[in-house]
Design a protein around this ligand. Structure first.
Ligand SMILES: [Zn+2]
Length: 48
């Protein structure tokens, strides 16, 4: 199974997700690629 064309050119559809620790990170809705491997991307903080 190949990646969608848009993903292959680096145009992912990032969505916000939460890892097991409750931190936000981004993951592509199409191919499942994630950016940062669970590292907070929008700044995890008290406002969480
Ligand atoms: Zn993608």
């Amino acid at each position: 199974m190949s990646k969608p064309l848009r993903c292959r050119i680096g145009w992912h559809k990032w969505v916000r997700r939460f890892n097991a620790e409750g931190s936000r990170y981004s993951q592509c809705e199409r191919c499942g690629n994630d950016d940062g491997r669970g590292r907070p991307h929008w700044g995890a903080g008290p406002m969480g």
